[in-house]
Design a protein around this ligand. Structure first.
Ligand code: PLP
Length: 501
């Protein structure tokens, strides 16, 4: 039995904290270190092959070429790469990732980008247009998410969902430090909340207290109540969550926070630009936004279902007083008076311009129609998965559909779907796979092709022994392995690989 098998076999039986602590000591022993390295070798070799398909096929540059490569050549080579890579997502083989992807939409965004490629919101004197676009993006998003019920709602444009979340958590930390003298802050999040909240914990020294979810993958409100302490600065809920597309009981959770006088963040990165329209279309959408008096901040991603290019999101606050804690200013720098609303200094104004142009050209009607198409296809896919006896849908999702299997190794299903060209998301705790429906899947025959392939793969996996290559063992290991730092080590190795030429 090798280390991997041993860990998979006995993994569940060991207390993860004890295992972590033991491993931290053991890994200093050279023999253990070399055992771990050896164990990782085969996995990382497989991962490296997957991550670096252009090796030997295109030119690579470990250092600057002495003479610049001809622009025509550069464009030619990059066009080749782009054409190859777009095959998957253009034809609907990717879960999430590209949310619109229509050719005429992309052409429009590219034109807007080209017009604005030199702009930088940091220099609002040179480009007042950038601040106009950003103010209007935040305002339009706020109006969509309940500002009629809370007229003070305001926000800023950020670089993506993670930055919106990091900024909101930093805001609560700083507010609590100033107003409540809290030096050891805590946030309460469901285990299904996005990893960005853990990142905020690591970056800003905030303790992340995690509460379990119920059988439908929604946060357990009783446990939320129990988890709130004098040090809690904010409670978090997802609308919906990334893993299982579940909408947490935002109404009850935000009320708990309001009664305790603490913040509540609705993470609507994934759902902010879908749920308001799904609600209008009559889908069962619980209230999740600023209509609830306890919701004090939200994140909503324009670069997902807002259909803008990658690189923008919106973080919203119930009032501008709270938003102030997000800002950075310094008055004694020899470089002059300096201020910025978000983490970056200089920022790509073109991306904000593209975001603004997308939103105003879509309009309410455009978002409503896009949501109608997505929901219709999602219903078809859910029905199809539910009809496969070996698979079970996790919870009651709207359009982010996770499925697991009590009978099969779901990671083998994931691997086999990959071999058929599908790029789905592997999840763990519980082991499952998710398919996030976008406009790319609303094209003719895409849902049918997905279901046909899934049915075939399930039949194939039924006859196969457990896999030792590809992603299956990595997810399998991460799902059962108690030594979290060992898995973390593997992930860091993977990032190293990504940065190898
Ligand atoms: C619910 C949720 N929150 C936050 C994020 C993070 O967004 P980003 O990848 O844009 O940083 C995601 C991304 O999928 C998400 O689904």
């Amino acid at each position: 039995m090798d280390l991997l098998e041993m860990v998979n076999k006995y993994g569940d039986k060991i207390d993860p904290r004890l295992a972590d602590a033991t491993f931290r000591v053991l890994k200093k022993v050279p023999y253990v270190r070399s055992l771990v390295e050896k164990e990782f070798e085969s996995i990382t070799a497989d991962l490296e092959k997957m991550a670096k398909p252009y090796r030997g096929k295109t030119r690579s540059f470990e250092r600057l070429p002495e003479e610049g490569v001809d622009r025509k050549e550069v464009l030619q080579e990059m066009t080749g790469i782009t054409r190859e890579e777009e095959k998957k997502w253009k034809n609907g083989y990717a879960s999430g990732a590209v949310y619109n992807g229509d050719n005429t939409h992309i052409d429009f965004l590219n034109k807007v980008y080209a017009l604005n490629s030199q702009t930088n919101p940091l220099h609002s004197d040179l480009w007042p247009s950038a601040s106009k676009y950003e103010a209007e993006i935040a305002s339009m998003t706020a109006a969509m998410l309940g500002r009629d019920h809370a007229p003070g709602v305001c926000g800023t444009v950020t670089s993506g969902g993670t930055e919106s979340i990091l900024l909101a958590m930093k805001t609560y930390r700083d507010k609590a430090r100033v107003e409540r003298k809290i030096t050891k802050p805590e946030i309460v999040i469901p285990v299904t909340a996005h990893a960005a909240f853990d990142k905020a914990g690591q970056y800003f020294g905030i303790k992340v207290v995690k509460v379990p979810v119920d059988q439908n993958s929604r946060a357990d409100v009783k446990m939320v109540k129990k988890a709130i302490t004098r040090r809690t600065i904010a409670v978090v809920g997802s609308a919906p969550s990334f893993p299982h597309g579940a909408i947490d009981p935002i109404s009850e959770m935000s009320e708990l926070a309001r009664k305790r006088g603490i913040g509540f963040h609705t993470d609507a990165c994934l759902g902010g630009f879908v749920l308001p329209w799904a609600e209008r279309l009559g889908y069962p959408v619980p209230v999740f936004d600023f209509r609830l008096p306890g919701v004090t901040s939200m994140s909503a991603d324009t670069h997902k279902y807002g259909y803008a290019a990658k690189g923008t999101s919106v973080v919203l606050y119930r009032d501008s007083y709270l938003r102030r804690y997000q800002y950075f200013t310094t008055t004694d720098w020899p470089g002059g008076l300096y201020f910025s609303p978000t983490f970056a200094g200089s920022r790509p104004g073109a991306l904000s311009a593209v975001c603004w142009a997308t939103m105003v050209s879509m309009g309410e009607k455009g978002y409503l129609e896009a949501t109608r198409k997505i929901m219709t296809v999602a219903d078809k896919i859910k029905e199809g998965i539910a009809s496969i006896p070996e698979l079970q849908i996790v919870g009651e999702p709207l359009w982010v559909i996770a499925f697991k299997s009590d009978l099969l190794d779901i990671y083998q299903v994931l691997d086999f779907m990959s071999k058929k060209g599908w790029s789905l998301n592997g999840l763990h705790r519980p082991p499952c796979v998710h398919f996030c429906v976008t406009l790319r899947h609303t094209g003719k025959g895409v849902a049918e092709r997905f279901l046909l392939d899934l049915r075939q793969v399930v039949e194939e996996v039924k006859t196969m022994p457990a896999s030792k290559s590809g992603l299956a063992p990595v997810y399998g290991m991460a799902a059962t392995m108690p030594i979290r730092s060992l898995v973390g080590e593997l992930l860091k190795k993977y990032i190293d690989i990504l940065y190898r030429v």
